[in-house]
Design a binder for this molecule. Structure first.
Ligand SMILES: Nc1nc2c(ncn2[C@@H]2O[C@H](COP(=O)(O)OP(=O)(O)OP(=O)(O)O)[C@@H](O)[C@H]2O)c(=O)[nH]1
Ligand SMILES: [Mg+2]
Length: 313
């Protein structure tokens, strides 16, 4: 088990889940209906939603079939059931067969799009890839500036136009520049929008169409950035967005700022798009590719245990 950035970033969720479980086990050593009720309530408050109830029901059946007898067997059972639900979620990005890979980044206002783009760019850069950013949020001058600042800090190319320009034109130019310069990844920012804003959703459709004029099989990824602090509400946001845009992956930002990290399970269950990355802080390196085991361990490992395992630091 690794106690790195992800582990630190998920502290609030872990305090809720692992901390809650520890006190539950301290309180009740006997596995009975009361324990199961308390466990269900705990998982509910940790924002696991229907997933929590479903797992407790499975636990109840296992207990009735006498496969499980005591509370100390519960953590391993939970771990297995939680992992089962994350099958298919992994931190890998699609890659173009040849030429630039295009990643289009979408989401509602303030979800963490621009910051996450900078983090992704940094990650790809560290893996040895060349990256170009497209400042497709032409809605506000400040948005172009924000991306420009990150590009400068990272020393990577950015394609931009003055505020008010057509975002599709920026996307088109970005893809053209990436092809001409032999760039590996193009990441295109977009203005925040709600799925209900018909014109803005159509604008997104246009962005995709012009990207395809340059690179026919692009965008290779359309990443929707979700604000992790919204917990279960992120489910609806992803479902609704997914109905109007071809989202291929989810990035949950601001996971460090919430105890509602359990929402990942509901998202996985209710949205047919894999969680690919987690944002765990405001710094450039605070991005973690999603890994089911690391995630489950980071929310289930009670802190004193973690300290023992990591040498008491
Ligand atoms: N703590 C924390 N803050 C984050 C994370 N990701 C983004 N933020 C913060 O969230 C705020 C909004 O981030 P932006 O990247 O500007 O969000 P956006 O979706 O581009 O916003 P708009 O362009 O206005 O729609 C900023 O203050 C970021 O620093 C994260 O993983 N953790
Ligand atoms: Mg932005």
């Amino acid at each position: 088990m690794v106690f790195g950035k992800l582990f630190r970033g998920l502290k609030k969720t872990r305090d809720k889940i692992a901390g809650g479980l520890a006190s539950l086990f301290g309180l009740r050593r006997k596995l009975d209906e009361d324990f199961l009720d308390d466990l269900e309530e705990l998982l509910y408050t940790a924002d696991l939603g229907p997933t929590g109830s479903a797992i407790v029901e499975e636990l109840k059946q296992a207990w009735k079939r006498r496969e499980i007898h005591e509370t100390h067997e519960v953590p391993a059972f939970l771990r297995g059931k939680l992992l089962e639900r994350l099958v298919g979620c992994e931190g890998t990005l699609a890659r173009a067969a040849t030429g630039p890979t295009v990643i289009l980044v979408v989401g509602v206002n303030g979800s963490g799009k621009t910051t996450s783009i900078a983090k992704l760019a940094r990650r790809l850069q560290r893996e040895g890839h060349s990256v170009l950013l497209g400042a497709g949020d032409t809605f506000r001058a400040a948005a172009v500036e924000q991306l420009g600042m990150w590009a400068e800090r990272l020393g990577i190319d950015i394609v931009r136009q003055p505020a008010g320009a057509d975002p599709a034109a920026v996307a088109y130019d970005s893809c053209a520049a990436a092809k001409a310069r032999g760039i590996d990844y193009v990441i295109i920012d977009t203005a925040g929008r709600l799925h209900t804003q018909k014109n803005l959703m159509e604008e997104l459709g246009k962005v995709v169409r012009v990207i395809r004029k340059q690179i026919p099989d692009a965008p290779h990824e359309t990443l929707q950035i979700l604000d992790g602090t919204t917990g279960q509400n992120a489910i609806r946001q992803a479902q609704e967005f997914g109905r109007v845009a071809e989202v291929t992956g989810l990035l949950l930002a601001k996971m460090d700022g919430t105890a509602k990290g359990g929402a990942v399970f509901g998202i996985r269950e209710m949205v047919d798009v894999p969680v690919k990355f987690l944002g765990v802080g405001e710094q450039i390196d605070d991005l973690e590719p999603f890994a089911a085991e690391a995630f489950v361990d980071a929310i289930l490992t009670h802190e004193p245990e973690a300290k023992r395992a990591s040498g008491g630091a």
